[in-house]
Ligand binder design. Structure first.
Ligand code: NCD
Length: 304
């Protein structure tokens, strides 16, 4: 009897990953970063970004090319989306041409989840950020960066600071770090930038930046997502920096050896001082570097 095809794997959010998926993706990310030979995958992936991106798109592209995959970048301004084609029809069209994976970023929360049950040849969907929803590959690369940096999850205090409300990175990070057993998860930011409800009852809300960073092992700073708020709600950059900008003085309140992270793009002088972003505690470029290995591990998990 023929074996049935294994179910098509997608990467849409953290909740739909099993423990063993999370473990194996992080472990493989670290192995690849240590120089393990990558699989060679005879597959085609397409990047379709309805929002701007530098690192995520390039990272998925580099990851795919290091695995020997064919990569197609769909330029939105020149695609049929400008002629009113629905996302469903675009995906079906790509699938008919033999595209195996679609890395997509969309401004609508949950838009990519809607695609999964749409009848079409099996295209694997990778969520590269959906509105204020999730950004699972970023969370996986953040976790891998912390593991490489020697994090002891149960002992770790992790502070996520800034525009938590609009951040899909924060949402995915909180879910993943909680599942990995983070001892203490804190969030902090101006009231209007905190979520209405917390998905996780273990998250502590701090009312000041100082309270959030005190004895922290990891401080993750977030950009203010102006594109997701009314102009009237945009904070004054100087005021914002005064209350919520991470400076070297704050690092003195955290645990010695504390790591500073940021998913990027950073706004220097707003949520973070240049001296901190470029300083010895910063893992920001290490996150970017690890991102390519994490995305290679994700493609292998999905396709190999
Ligand atoms: C983030 C995003 O797009 O969600 N960037 C990223 O992918 N590294 C964060 C942001 O835009 O501020």
């Amino acid at each position: 009897m023929e074996k049935p095809d294994p179910p098509v794997r997608h990467l849409l959010d953290i909740d739909s990953l099993a423990e063993r998926d999370i473990e194996s993706i992080i472990e493989r990310t670290l192995d690849l970063a240590d120089g393990a030979p990558p699989e060679q995958l005879d597959f085609t992936t397409a990047n379709l970004f309805f929002e701007p991106s530098t690192r995520t798109r390039v990272s998925f592209e580099l990851a795919a090319s290091r695995l020997g995959m064919r990569v197609i970048n769909i330029e939105l301004e020149r695609s049929s989306a400008t002629k009113g084609e629905s996302l469903e029809d675009t995906v079906a069209t790509l699938a008919a041409m033999g595209v195996d994976c679609l890395v997509a970023r969309h401004p609508e929360t949950g838009r990519l989840h809607e695609m999964v049950n749409h009848p079409q040849p099996p295209v694997r969907l990778l969520n590269a950020g959906d509105g204020q929803g999730e950004h699972p590959s970023q969370a996986l690369l953040d976790a891998a960066t912390l593991v490489a940096g020697g994090i002891d999850w149960p002992a770790a205090t992790i502070a996520i600071v800034g525009d938590v409300r609009h951040s899909r990175v924060a949402r995915s990070d909180i879910k993943l770090f909680a599942r990995l057993g983070a001892g203490c998860l804190r969030i902090a930011g101006p009231g209007e930038m905190l979520p209405d409800r917390l998905d996780n009852d273990r998250v502590e809300v701090c009312s000041t930046l100082e309270a959030a960073v005190r004895n922290a092992d990891v401080i993750m700073m977030l950009r203010v997502q102006r594109e997701r708020m009314d102009r009237a709600g945009w904070p004054d950059p100087d005021q914002y920096h005064h209350h919520w900008g991470l400076t070297e003085a704050h690092l003195g309140m955290a645990r010695p050896g504390c790591h500073v992270m940021h998913p990027g793009p950073i706004n220097r002088g707003m949520e973070i001082d240049a001296a901190v972003a470029d300083g010895p505690r910063s893992l920001i470029l290490e996150q970017v570097r690890m991102g390519v290995y994490a995305r290679m591990a994700i493609f292998e998990w999905m396709l190999a």
